[in-house]
Design a protein around this ligand. Structure first.
Ligand SMILES: Nc1nc2c(ncn2[C@@H]2O[C@H](COP(=O)(O)OP(=O)(O)OP(=O)(O)O)[C@@H](O)[C@H]2O)c(=O)[nH]1
Ligand SMILES: [Mg+2]
Length: 539
């Protein structure tokens, strides 16, 4: 599918707007692209009810040049009457004079063109029905409004007639305009006031034009004064008539369109370079993983002492922790940790920038993690500590202690049962045999047995009870590890989102660039070497 030019510019603007808003391109670039003229560089004249010979729209020709070179005089001579103000006062013309066949209607005059500065004259010359002449004010004068007026009209002009005089053929401002606008129009050159001109000046002007890439510029020497000088005005007129054909108008239109597309393409290629379209993004996730490992290593080193302090505090206030009213004074994530974390992120962002990538989207997304990091650390550390304090020690330790607690009950009970049985049996036997009822030894030994069966498990339980501080420290370390994983993972997700977003932007931009290079198949632009247009275009 090939986009129409206006559609292409519209799509480009939409792209630039969203890319600017999401930070992929900076605001300056976005504005520059959004200001790209979406109007088709076609003419604003159309044939109203009247047909203009074989021409679908007239050829728009404009006189351009420094003040006093004789632009208005040339138009007056073409018209055969004084339609444009010409004179000695400088600058003379402060308005645009339109000269056209009465059958043409100005029905599409772009809104931005100031109507108050237009002076319209009509003619009934059938041979020049297909041409609209425009006399523009000078471009190099001190009048800023003149320059603005010329710049406003330029995009609508097919052929520019660049007029110079012996004094002003080296005019710098007009020359710079010629270089800037060169490719957008066809150019004819008029060396006016030739009655005062010299061959050396003409040749110099010719050489100058060749430097501006006009291989064989079409230059006419004219004299617009009542003198006996012969000049090439007739040749200028016939050349103009020869190019006012439907074919040439459409060729110029296509060329202008292509130039606009090329300019847009160049702008988009520059934007693609700023976007880092060619940058390989695969190493970026690896880069973050390495960066984060390094940061975590430093954070762990720095957390060693605060961790111990926190563990001691947690151990001391374990009871509070269990009733959910725990408030610690030890915040692990202090200004130092935040600084180190920020430095790690900033270093990563700088590396992305060095790779030639736009960093704003990543920087915006990652700012949330900068704020969230303290909370993640605190929450995870506290959660793991609560769990560690609720179940201190490891699984084996806990199983062994469980057994000991059981022994603490079962062993004394067994011992007591055995002693009870012995007491009962001793009493029974002594009744039957008249022997002594048990003895002192038995009393001491059975007392000792009961005491030992109770004391040994009790002692073991007491000694092997895991330290709360150690458990808290273990919990804190575990919590920190989880928190680091969460933070690193979230940044990784943002990095992946950045890579995907970048790929989308690059592909959309590439699509637009590709569109700039496409032309409608039925609109083939080829200007033959023998075409009168050939010498009027920059090679
Ligand atoms: N000697 C001589 N004078 C000319 C010739 N053509 C025009 N002039 C004079 O040059 C002066 C300026 O002519 P304009 O036609 O007003 O020049 P312009 O380029 O329209 O000037 P601005 O409107 O100020 O940009 C007038 O006094 C003309 O009479 C020429 O071929 N030879
Ligand atoms: Mg003038």
């Amino acid at each position: 599918m090939v986009y129409d030019y206006s559609e292409l510019v519209q799509k480009t603007r939409q792209w630039a707007e969203q890319a600017g808003l999401s930070g992929w391109i900076n605001n300056g670039v976005a504005t520059e692209i959004s200001q790209f003229d979406s109007r088709k560089p076609d003419a604003f004249f159309s044939n109203s009810d009247v047909t203009v010979g074989a021409v679908t729209r007239p050829l728009i020709m404009a006189f351009m040049g420094g003040t006093g070179v004789g632009k208005s005089s040339l138009l007056n001579r073409l018209a055969g009457k004084d339609i444009a103000r010409a004179g000695i006062a400088r600058p003379t013309s402060r308005e645009v004079t339109l000269y056209h066949h009465y059958s043409l209607a100005i029905d599409k005059l772009p809104a931005h063109l100031p109507l108050s500065s237009i002076n319209v004259s009509q003619h009934d010359d059938e041979s020049n029905k297909g041409i609209v002449w425009i006399d523009m004010p000078d471009f190099d004068s001190t009048e800023r409004s003149n320059k603005e007026l010329v710049l406003q009209w330029l995009p609508h002009i097919d052929v520019l007639i660049y007029v110079v005089s012996p004094e002003r053929y080296k005019d710098d401002k007009a020359w710079r305009l010629l270089l800037a606008e060169g490719a957008r129009h066809a150019w004819l050159f008029v060396f006016n006031q030739w009655d005062r001109g010299q061959l050396g000046q003409y040749e110099d002007f010719n050489r100058q034009l060749q430097k501006a890439h006009f291989v064989e510029p079409v230059i006419f020497k004219t004299v617009c004064m009542d003198t006996d000088h012969t000049d090439e005005f007739g040749l200028l007129k016939s050349t103009i008539s020869s190019i006012a054909t439907e074919h040439i108008v459409s060729q110029l239109e296509q060329r202008s369109l292509q130039v606009h597309k090329d300019e847009l393409k160049q702008k988009l290629l520059n934007t693609a370079a700023l976007l880092g379209a060619e940058v390989k993004l695969e190493p970026i996730t690896e880069l973050w993983i390495n960066q984060w490992q390094h940061t975590v290593k430093l954070l762990r080193q720095g957390f060693e002492w605060p961790l111990k302090q926190s563990a001691a505090y947690y151990a001391e206030h374990a009871a509070d922790l269990m009733v959910n009213a725990f408030k610690t004074n030890y915040s692990l994530w202090d200004a130092w940790a935040q600084g180190l974390f920020d430095d790690g992120l900033d270093e990563f962002i700088i590396n992305m920038n060095l790779m030639g990538l736009p960093i704003a989207p990543f920087r915006n997304d990652v700012s949330i993690i900068r704020e969230k990091a303290p909370k993640i650390i605190q929450t995870q550390a506290e959660l793991a500590t609560r769990m560690a304090l609720a179940n201190p020690g490891n699984v084996l330790q806990r199983l062994f202690l469980k057994c000991m607690r059981l022994c603490e009950i079962v062993l004394p009970l067994t011992a007591m049962s055995w002693v009870g049985y012995k007491v009962f049996m001793g009493y029974y036997v002594s009744n039957m045999t008249d022997n002594h009822y048990l003895g002192l030894d038995f009393t001491i030994h059975s007392g000792l047995l009961i005491a030992m069966t109770w004391l040994i498990p009790y002692f073991i339980l007491k000694k092997l009870q895991p330290s709360l501080k150690k458990s808290a420290l273990k919990g804190l370390n575990k919590g920190l590890a989880v928190a680091f994983e969460i933070i690193g993972g979230e940044v990784l997700l943002i990095t992946e989102k950045f890579v995907q977003g970048h790929a989308i932007q690059v592909s959309q931009l590439s699509g637009l660039i590709e569109q700039c290079g496409k032309t409608d198949t039925d609109q083939k632009l080829s200007i033959a070497n023998d075409s009168p247009l050939h010498r009027m275009l920059i090679s």
